[in-house]
Unconditional design. Sequence first.
Length: 76
Amino acid sequence: MTTTLEIRPDLQTRLGSLANEVHRSESELMNEALETYLQRTQLYITKLKQRVAEADAGQFVSDEEMEKFFLTHGEN
């Protein structure tokens, strides 16, 4: 399958340089990058939906757990 994609000139330059450096085609690198992006984004969406479902079910972190977190990690 072929898809046309408009790539910003700065990204095209970087892609071409990297492809030459690692001796792989630009298409291989683009497919790998797209696969990684799609996996990470789908995982994020799945986790987000799970967290929303937990909140809707009233499953929240206790005040004690939150206080312990901030004592350990700070408020910033």
